[in-house]
Design a protein around this ligand. Structure first.
Ligand SMILES: NC(=O)c1ccc[n+]([C@@H]2O[C@H](COP(=O)([O-])OP(=O)(O)OC[C@H]3O[C@@H](n4cnc5c(N)ncnc54)[C@H](OP(=O)(O)O)[C@@H]3O)[C@@H](O)[C@H]2O)c1
Length: 325
C-alpha cells in the first residue's frame, strides 16, 4: 500500500532516510521541517515548512493519510529542552493527526524502554525504565500519543540506529581508520541491538500500513545482537586494517562526559556526555524484535558488516573520514 504521507523532522538523520524510502516506495511525500531549515529532497517530494503547533501542522500535512513523526531532540542541555522538543511537540503533532483523521506513526526509542541483555532482551511488555532525561522524555511522548483521544497511532522504538547521514558513529569510523578501536569499561561481550536506518524506514512503512499495528508499540532492530568486540572486528574489516583495542578508564570517561555536558550547553555537543556515559555503562541494549516480525511482518535485513560498508562509503563520499577523530 502507498498513499499520502507527511514526515516531520525530514531534515534529520532518520527523517531524511524515511522520506527517501517512502518516496521510492511510491508514496506521495510531504517533508515537514521548521521554517528556515534547509532540506535536500528527492525530486517529487514537497517541502512543507511549519511551526510545530497543531494548526500549522494541519496545514502542512493537509491531505495526508499518515503522519510519521520523526522530529525529536536526542541531545539537550536541560530536561526542559527535552520536554519541549519531545513531549510538547509530539502533543501538537498528535492533535494535528486527529484533526486530519491521519494515522500517526510516532518514532520513539529504545531509550524510552530501558536496557536489555542477551539473556533477557527488553520486550514491549516490560515495564519501562529509562535511564536518562532523554529516555524519560521519549516515554512521556509515548504517553502523550497513547492518551490522545480519537488518535489512530502506532509507536516504533528503533534500537541503536546507524547509516548514511548519521553523525553519532562518525568518531568510531575515524578512529578505526587510524587503527584504534575504543572500548569502554565493562565486558567487551556486552550486547547491543543495532539497526540500519534503511531497515528503520522499512519498519516505519510496515507500521504505517499493517492493520495489526494500530495502538501497538514495536521495537525495530536487527535480530542479531552485536558486542563491543564484534563492533571492533567489523570496523577492522570495513576499514581494511587491524585496530588496537584501547580501553578507556572509567575515571577518564567521567571527565570527558563532564566536558561533553559543557559543550552541549554551549551548543556544540560532543560524542560523549554524562547521559551517553550512563547509557554506555548499562548492562546492554538488546531488545526483542519478535513482535515486529509477527505482527508487522518486518525483519531487519541489513547486517552490521553490510551496513557499516554503506555507512563508511557515505562518510567517504562526504569527505568526513579525512578529518581528525
Ligand atoms: N539516531 C538514533 O540512533 C535514534 C534511535 C532511536 C530513536 N531515535 C529517534 O528518532 C528521532 C529522530 O532522531 P535523529 O537521529 O534523526 O535526530 P536528528 O538527526 O538530530 O534529527 C532531529 C530532527 O528533529 C527536528 N527537531 C528537533 N527539535 C525540534 C523541535 N523542537 N521542533 C521541531 N523539530 C525538531 C530537527 O529539526 P531541526 O533541524 O529544525 O533542528 C531534525 O529534523 C528522534 O525522535 C529520536 O528520539 C533516534
Amino acid at each position: 500500500m502507498s498513499g499520502r504521507v507527511a514526515v516531520t523532522g525530514a531534515n534529520g538523520f532518520i527523517g531524511r532516510n524515511v522520506v527517501r524510502h517512502l518516496h521510492d516506495a511510491g508514496w506521495e511525500v510531504r517533508a515537514i521541517v521548521r521554517p528556515g531549515r534547509g532540506c535536500p529532497l528527492p525530486d517529487g517530494v514537497e517541502l512543507a515548512p511549519a511551526r510545530f503547533v497543531a494548526a500549522d501542522l494541519v496545514r502542512a500535512a493537509a491531505g495526508s493519510e499518515v503522519i510519521v513523526h520523526a522530529a525529536g531532540l536526542t541531545r539537550a542541555a536541560t530536561t526542559r529542552q527535552f520536554e519541549t522538543a519531545n513531549v510538547e511537540v509530539t502533543r501538537q503533532v498528535a492533535r494535528a493527526a486527529v484533526e486530519l483523521g491521519a494515522r500517526l506513526v510516532h518514532v520513539s526509542s529504545q531509550a524510552a524502554a530501558g536496557p536489555g541483555t542477551l539473556e533477557r532482551p527488553r520486550s514491549e511488555d516490560d515495564p519501562p525504565c529509562p535511564l536518562t532525561a532523554y529516555g524519560w522524555s521519549k516515554l512521556a511522548a509515548e504517553d502523550a500519543v497513547k492518551t490522545s483521544r480519537h488518535l489512530r497511532w502506532t509507536i516504533v522504538r528503533p534500537a541503536l540506529v546507524y547509516g548514511p547521514a548519521d553523525r553519532n558513529a562518525l568518531a568510531l569510523f575515524r578512529l578505526a581508520r587510524r587503527g584504534i578501536a575504543l572500548q569502554v569499561p565493562g565486558s567487551p561481550t556486552t550486547a547491543y541491538t543495532f539497526v540500519h536506518v534503511d531497515d528503520v524506514a522499512r519498519g516505519i512503512e510496515a507500521a504505517a500500513t499493517a492493520v495489526a499495528a494500530e495502538r501497538e508499540v514495536f521495537f525495530l532492530g536487527h535480530p542479531r545482537s552485536d558486542t563491543a568486540d564484534t563492533l571492533a572486528d567489523t570496523l577492522e574489516r570495513v576499514m581494511g586494517r587491524s585496530c588496537r583495542r584501547v580501553r578507556i578508564p572509567y575515571a577518564l570517561l567521567r571527565v570527558a562526559a563532564a566536558v561533553g555536558d559543557v559543550a552541549t550547553r554551549c551548543g556544540r555537543p560532543l560524542a560523549l556526555d554524562r547521559a551517553r556515559l550512563t547509557e554506555l555503562m548499562a548492562e546492554g541494549w538488546v531488545c526483542s524484535v519478535e513482535k515486529a516480525r509477527d505482527r508487522l511482518g518486518f525483519s531487519a535485513r541489513i547486517g552490521l558488516l553490510e551496513g557499516f560498508v554503506a555507512t563508511a562509503a557515505w562518510y567517504a563520499r562526504q569527505g568526513l573520514l579525512d578529518h581528525q577523530a
